[in-house]
Design a protein around this ligand. Structure first.
Ligand SMILES: Nc1ncnc2c1ncn2[C@@H]1O[C@H](COP(=O)(O)OP(=O)(O)OP(=O)(O)O)[C@@H](O)[C@H]1O
Ligand SMILES: [Mg+2]
Length: 238
């Protein structure tokens, strides 16, 4: 179980403190699929990056299976069993896709192992394992390889930040079934209805706060009717 208690996060801009996340309390039960949604800028990426240890907490604690991991480095959290795929895939100059898959999966993969991971995201290992993980790959290819790396790591908690971004519509169904096939705790940040429908629970973030947590049947109608102004915490009438 992953638990977040009283988590807050701020950044300083021109000497002014801007609070990005405010007193977040969440529990992610084992083997369930959660989707975090909310308007652009509501704090979704900041929240999942903090779970992975990217960025610093102002206040609060993060527990994985009752172990306090709040001060753990990114590497230690990965070793404890958190696997993460960024919203904007990270590129590595001079490192090949096959090598990165070896690092992520912590083994020397044969072509058929690499194929197993890459084919899950619709890529053929023979074509990609010797490509460099750099800007020569298209946006969608980078995103797919990032997903394959996150999936190849044996983990207790898989986190994907907007995995659908840049993935073509033809592959979307495959992506959805990929996520519903994950047996471990899965947290997906998404704006997509098809992904939202996969969730055991949806977490709605708004203006750095948890607005609501609930099942799709409860949250999806709310999303359709929720005014953007309210979501952004702005005053004024619709
Ligand atoms: N280092 C920083 N300095 C200043 N502002 C920041 C910093 N990091 C994040 N923010 C701001 O915090 C807010 C939340 O950012 P975040 O990336 O978490 O949003 P998001 O919900 O993931 O949005 P999106 O749906 O567009 O991906 C944004 O307004 C962003 O500009
Ligand atoms: Mg984001």
């Amino acid at each position: 179980m992953l638990k977040i208690e009283n988590l807050s996060c701020s950044v300083f801009e021109n000497g002014r403190e801007i609070e990005i996340l405010k007193d977040i309390n969440l529990t992610f039960q084992d083997k369930k699929l959660y989707v975090i949604t909310g308007p652009n800028g509501s704090g979704k990426s900041t929240l999942v990056k903090l779970i992975m240890g990217i960025g610093s907490l102002k206040q609060g604690k993060i527990f994985l299976d009752d172990k306090d991991i709040s001060n753990y480095s990114i590497d230690s959290r990965a070793r404890e069993g958190i696997s993460f795929a960024f919203q904007k895939p990270v590129t590595f100059k001079g490192i090949k896709v096959g090598k990165l898959l070896d690092i992520a999966s912590e083994k020397n993969n044969t072509i058929s192992n690499s194929c197993e991971y890459l084919s899950k995201v619709g890529l053929c290992a023979r074509n990609y394992k010797d490509r460099y993980m750099d800007e020569s790959l298209s946006g969608g290819e980078l995103k797919r390889i990032e997903l394959a790396m996150a999936l190849s790591r044996p983990a207790k908690v898989y986190i994907f930040d907007e995995p659908e971004a840049g993935i073509d519509l033809w592959s979307f169904d495959k992506l959805s079934s990929l996520f519903s096939g994950i047996k471990e705790t899965t947290i997906i940040v998404s704006h997509q209805k098809e992904i939202l429908k996969l969730a055991d629970e949806i977490i709605l973030l708004s203006n750095g706060k948890v607005e609501k947590v609930g099942k799709g049947s409860e949250i999806l109608p709310l999303l359709e009717n929720f005014s953007c102004k309210k979501l952004r915490g702005e005053n004024g009438q619709d």
